[in-house]
Design a protein around this ligand. Structure first.
Ligand SMILES: NC(=O)c1ccc[n+]([C@@H]2O[C@H](COP(=O)([O-])OP(=O)(O)OC[C@H]3O[C@@H](n4cnc5c(N)ncnc54)[C@H](O)[C@@H]3O)[C@@H](O)[C@H]2O)c1
Ligand SMILES: [Zn+2]
Length: 353
């Protein structure tokens, strides 16, 4: 079974990737903590689907288990939910030697992770991501957060879990749109670091366990090289500069994150081709692959509309603005670019229609 070890400055932890891995949570939990109380946090969609399977595994490993589910969706990633969780942990008598489990998508993972990082100054955490996006992205790397009334992810902490459990079987109940959204990030990993992954997605010959393992391997490697969000980790933002700008100008409502990133990756590929850094034909290949997953490929916003949002994006290093381009499929590079150059090439690429 693919079991990766993630190395971080605060220790190593296992990432289990396996069909049926939900049944092994109890075993991992018993190894991770000395306490025998587990508190499972989920949302109202995921709880009825998978809570009992997880609770059963924990109980058979000797844990007493309590659970709580909040309303599904980004609207729950708030301080209100955080305080409700503190209250629930208190009522369950949770101590620092016990265990908190996040069972759900990125919203559950982020808010539960932040609650675990801060309750009693830190209670051990196991992440069980149940969306493709959470499995390949948000559950790996140790970032936790809640949204504040004036912006997304504005309060949070770096907090590494004791283990991450990826069960591809839970993706069977995920909607097609959510699956496509996660595929945008999977395709991104192929583009920035793994030509073979991209090829297999392109030819539709992949096995999901294998895909998850490749993605997680890339994210853990990049994050280990750079735990604090600069340099190397910036490569993970391929397609996200324009993607975030599109999310911003559309008010985070019209498109999913994955859809915005899909368009952002197309624009980055077009810019790379225009500058002669990305081989001609890359954008066409990418368009085909994205279309297969019903992801959008056309940017209908102008450079004038996007530039202010790009400008306020925080992807800067030592005062410089970087734009991530592809040397080729499977190899991304940080390309220093001043705002005027970026605007000029963006205008050229976006006005070609
Ligand atoms: N911490 C990080 O590094 C990081 C990275 C990327 C994104 N994020 C965060 O992740 C969040 C988005 O995560 P998401 O896309 O997983 O959203 P989500 O958690 O809202 O899940 C999407 C929907 O799918 C449902 N769902 C989850 N698993 C399911 C399953 N197996 N079967 C059926 N339905 C299921 C959920 O109930 C929800 O309605 C955002 O808040 C974003 O900021 C964090
Ligand atoms: Zn993303």
């Amino acid at each position: 079974m693919p079991e990766l070890i993630a190395s971080t400055s605060s220790g190593d932890y296992p990432i289990l990737i396996k069909n049926g891995a939900l049944n092994l949570v109890g075993h991992l939990a018993a190894e991770a903590v000395v306490g025998r109380k587990a508190f499972v946090v989920s949302d109202e969609t995921v709880y009825p689907l998978y809570y009992s399977q997880v609770a059963k595994s924990l109980e058979s490993a000797g844990f007493s288990v309590a659970g709580y589910a909040f309303a599904a969706g980004e609207g729950s990633k708030t301080a209100t939910t955080l305080f409700t969780l503190y209250e629930q942990f208190h009522q369950a008598g949770l101590s620092r030697s016990d265990l908190i489990i996040a069972l759900g998508g990125g919203v559950v993972g982020d808010v539960t992770g932040f609650a675990a990082a801060t309750y009693l100054r830190g209670v051990p955490l196991i992440q069980i991501p149940t969306t493709l996006l959470a499995q390949v992205d948000s559950s790996i790397g140790g970032k936790t957060a809640i949204d504040l009334p004036f912006g997304k992810n504005l309060a949070g902490a770096f907090y590494q879990p004791k283990a991450v459990v990826l069960d591809p079987l839970v993706l069977r109940t995920l909607s097609r749109a959510r699956m496509s959204e996660g595929m945008a990030e999977v395709i991104k990993y192929g583009l920035i670091r793994d030509e073979r992954l991209f090829d297999q997605i392109e030819s539709q010959t992949y096995d999901l366990e294998w895909v998850l393992e490749r993605c997680v391997r890339i994210k853990t490697t990049v994050v280990a090289a750079d735990e604090r969000d600069s340099g190397e980790r910036m490569l993970l933002n391929f397609g996200h500069t324009v993607g975030h700008a599109i999310e911003k100008v559309t008010g985070y409502t019209t498109l999913t994150h994955g859809e915005a990133v899909a368009i952002g990756m197309m624009v980055a590929s077009q810019i790379g081709e225009k500058l002669g850094k990305t081989p001609a034909g890359t954008t066409d290949r990418l368009r085909q692959v994205l279309s297969h997953y019903q992801l959008p490929t056309e940017c209908t916003w102008s450079a004038d509309e996007l530039m202010p949002a790009i400008h306020s994006d925080k992807k800067r290093l030592a005062g410089k603005l970087y734009y991530i381009l592809l040397n080729k499929i499977g190899e991304a590079v940080l390309n220093p670019m001043d705002a005027n150059d970026l605007k000029r090439v963006l205008s050229e690429v976006l006005s070609r229609a």
